[in-house]
Every structure is written in C-alpha cells, then in structure tokens.
Design a binder for this molecule. Structure first.
Ligand SMILES: Nc1nc2c(ncn2[C@@H]2O[C@H](COP(=O)(O)OP(=O)(O)OP(=O)(O)O)[C@@H](O)[C@H]2O)c(=O)[nH]1
Ligand SMILES: [Mg+2]
Length: 291
C-alpha cells in the first residue's frame, strides 16, 4: 500500500519523482483523492492528434519552447498505443522532446494504452487533475491516430489540434473517425515540403462542403523550421469552441468512459461466455453490466 497523502504533499511541493510515482499508480487504476480544499482545476489541456509520423512530437517540442519563453510550465502526457510500433518511435519521441525536457518548466511522461483493462481514458481525468493540482498550467495530451479510441482520447482536452502532413491521404482516416468535428485548429505540418499548400487547400475546401457548422481554421506550419508556430498558438489560445463542438466532446468523453467501464468489468468474461452459449440476450448482458 502506498500512502497517497504523503506522495501528494510531496508532489504538490514540486517533487517530480513522487509525481511520477503517483501517475504510475493512477495509470494502474488507483483512485485519486485530492484534499477536500483543493482548488478546482485551472490548467488548460491541449489535445494533439494525427496520423503516425506527421510531426506531432516535433511540434510539441516547439510548443513547449513557446510556453517556456512566456515562463509558463507544461506537462506532456504522450499516449502510445499498446500495439508495438516499428522502429522504436517511443524512444525517438523521448530524444526529440528531450531538447525541451529541461528545467523546471517541463514534465514529459509516456503512457501506454494497455496499462489497464478499461484503457487509458478512465485514469486520464485523474492524471489531469493531479497535474493541475501540482501546479502545471498547461497540459498536452499527444495521441496517435492509430485507432479511433486512441484518437478520441483527445476529447478529454479543452482545445484540440489535429495535425496532418502534406500527404492529404492521411487525413481521410481522421475524417472517417469523426476527429475533424472535434478539432479547433487543423495544422498541416511540414510546410517546408512540396504539396503542403495543396493539402491545406484541399482540406479547406472539403471542410466548407461538409455539413460542419463552423469549420476549424486550417493552417500551415513547419515544426522543423519553427515556422508558423506562433501564429498557430495564437489561433488555438484565442479560439472559442462553439457549443455544438463542446457537446460532441462531452459525448465522446461519456462514450470513452462507458467503454472503459465495460471493459474493466470483472463480469465481462462470464457474460461473454453466457452470450456465446445463448443463455442470455445482448439486452440482458447490458443490463447485467450496467448493474
Ligand atoms: N520536413 C519536415 N519534417 C518534419 C517536420 N516535423 C517533423 N518532421 C519529421 O517527421 C518525422 C516524424 O516526426 P515526429 O515528430 O516523430 O512525428 P509524430 O507525429 O510524433 O510521430 P508518431 O509519434 O510516431 O506518430 C521526423 O523525422 C521529423 O524530423 C517538418 O516540419 N518538416
Ligand atoms: Mg510522437
């Protein structure tokens, strides 16, 4: 048993090792008990998602520097899908972000989606609350657009950046998964490469033909050259999410938590067995799981 209160006090006072330990416990499903007089969450959560390799981590490095220059701190939760990825991308992430992961203003943490049966979403809220309680003003959640559930983890963020590259084909997947509806700003990264302006144009026009009520801004950025980052940050910091988008986010959060509860149920295997033998109906199964 760990003494959460002791760890909390220490993390609150700036001890990163204890903060890390607490995050590990939350990742494994521990319930967070903040003191009763803890102030409401005040940090801003920025969700960043997009297909593999579009430059999310590189861009996050730039965003970190942007906030550092303003003397604001930032904690990054980088969520890796549980399925193994090729080429040690995780390590690559660390190395790329390490340039920024220095000093007291930055905290970077990788999370795995395979940590607990219900996935990451149920513990994500506690992690955000913990980081906020410990004084982290900006929190970034990075997810890879590898599966719908991973992408939609960003629905737990206040503001959402969808990143794509010059290869317009990639974003089709995001469109299918309904991520575009959630995005406050769409970033076409790698603007230093040919094809990026065309990709941005094509996304803009497909958005204006869609039934999206107020389309997100589409902007060109080069994380590599640090070009357009300031403009992007101005956009994201000053945009107001319309009501309908807030509602979609809340709905996605509910669906995520619903899913993770179902998957974490100790009765799940037994109920699946009963469904298989036909001894109960799907409706019965849902009723039982809801109980
Ligand atoms: N030309 C160019 N290359 C870039 C730019 N930004 C990132 N890259 C390169 O794109 C590759 C992938 O960058 P990452 O930042 O790891 O991309 P990611 O989206 O975090 O990748 P995953 O986490 O694996 O999904 C690296 O080789 C980067 O150097 C850019 O603006 N221009
Ligand atoms: Mg990355």
């Amino acid at each position: 048993m760990i003494d959460q209160e002791v760890l909390l006090k220490s993390a609150f006072n700036g001890n990163r090792r204890e903060l890390s330990r607490l995050l590990t416990h939350l990742e494994k499903g521990m319930k967070l008990n903040l003191p009763e007089d803890a102030p409401p969450r005040k940090s801003t959560v920025l969700g960043i998602t997009g297909p593999p390799g579009v430059g999310k981590s590189t861009l996050i490095g730039r965003i970190i520097n942007y906030w550092k220059l303003k003397n604001q701190n930032v904690a990054v939760l980088a969520i890796d899908p549980s399925s193994p990825r090729s080429g040690g991308a995780l390590l690559g992430d660390r190395v790329r972000m390490d340039s920024a992961d220095s000093g007291d203003l930055v905290f970077v943490r990788s999370l795995s989606t395979g940590g607990q049966p219900g996935g990451i979403s149920s513990s994500l809220i506690s992690m955000i609350d913990l980081l906020s309680y410990c004084g982290w003003e900006n929190i970034i959640i990075e997810t890879v657009g590898a599966g719908q559930s991973e992408i939609k983890i960003v629905a737990f963020a206040d503001k959402i950046l969808l990143i794509d590259g010059p290869d317009r084909g990639d974003i089709i997947q995001a469109e299918k998964a309904g991520i575009i509806e959630l995005a406050d700003v769409v970033v076409i990264n790698k603007s230093d490469l040919p094809g990026s302006a065309k990709a941005a144009e094509s996304i803009r026009s497909s958005l204006s033909f869609g039934d999206i009520k107020s389309s997100p801004e589409v902007i060109l950025v080069s994380a590599d050259k640090n070009d357009g980052v300031e403009e992007m940050m101005n956009l994201i910091e000053n945009c107001d999410s319309p009501d309908w988008r807030e509602r979609i986010k809340i709905k996605e959060r509910l669906i995520s938590l619903w899913d993770s509860r179902l998957l974490a149920s100790p009765e799940l295997n037994r109920i699946i067995g009963n469904l298989q033998t036909g001894s109960i109906s799907l409706d019965d199964a849902l009723d039982e799981l809801a109980r």
